[in-house]
Ligand binder design. Sequence first.
Ligand SMILES: C[S@@+](CC[C@H](N)C(=O)[O-])C[C@H]1O[C@@H](n2cnc3c(N)ncnc32)[C@H](O)[C@@H]1O
Length: 365
Amino acid sequence: MPARNAARPAHPSQPGPQAWRIEVVVPAGLELLARDELRRLGRAVQLDAASPPGVIGLAYSGDLRRLLDLRLATSIYLVRQMAVPRPRALLGDEHLRRVLADCTTVLALHRPGSFQTLFLSAAGADSAVLGRLKAELAERLGLTLGAEDGDLVLRLRRGPAGMGWELLVRLAPRPLATRPWRVCNLEGALNGPVAQAMVLLSRPRPADVYLNIGCGSATLLIERLLSGPARRAIGCDTSAAALACARANLGAAGLSGRAELQPWDATALPLPTATVDVITGDLPFGHLVGSHAQNLALYPALLAEAARVARPGARCVLLSHEVRLMERLLAGMPAWLVTQVLRVDLGGLVPRIFVLQRGTSTDSA
Ligand SMILES: C[S@@+](CC[C@H](N)C(=O)[O-])C[C@H]1O[C@@H](n2cnc3c(N)ncnc32)[C@H](O)[C@@H]1O
């Protein structure tokens, strides 16, 4: 990578002139987990001390392809600080070459043909200046202009006070939250990064008997198995359509032989008492799936049944928008100890991830 193509490092003294300025977008609420995931990339990562909610800024001196494997990121951008007073200056040869170099770097991370369209998101994106900018970039990169979205996504915004403008280039032709194995979608299907966060919070181990209640299209089941083996992995759902969808997605993920799909009712599981190590569930919120009235009966029965099949010390991670109902029920169930509650922003709805541990009480309610 020629040095002149390198974005300006966040911290001029470190980690060196070839550091990229990167912005990782995550569902707000998952920042701490996402920072841990980034730290696991080692010394190539230098995290900013603070970032706005849902964003993690960093300087990165490693192979950009490694960032594409991040599982908690919704999307990732290469950030170029442009010391220009107005966007018009970006049309100048030197700046345009710099932006093109960043775009070319991103295109080179993927197979030829992965990008067909270019989309520029900016305040005033329809202005004459930005119209010229995107047309020029699209022509030089051999792409067509997307009307409302694109494969190569650029964002232009004002930089920090007095720092001109910032041009961001998305590192992948799709948001990373769009998992490649998703061949079947269900209304209410869980966001991939949130599912990954729930898997991490369940502290997966190879010896686990893992049960995903109300598995729907199998998002949690697939994220669990992609993160490592389990002794037994079961997804159950009362909807035959959901199970068919789960089967298709598991097949696309290459995991068909590693998971069982069962038409079980989560309130009456045909499993022996105290035999499951980990339970996860993205419960019906009562909006798109189910109703609040149904949840008033479903939730207590489901929590009691989960407590029955869970071994003492078992981990249980549940996502729900029925926050008050969950809090009230858990306060009256000594079988479940609440170890953590995380607010997560799903873009409008802000459900909670409840991290529970099965106590030693023999009472399942
Ligand atoms: C919010 S959806 C889960 C979506 C799933 N996480 C996904 O990514 O596709 C809740 C699921 O719970 C299932 N469900 C509702 N009541 C159930 C019950 N008593 N036992 C098992 N599954 C149930 C629904 O059929 C639905 O598929």
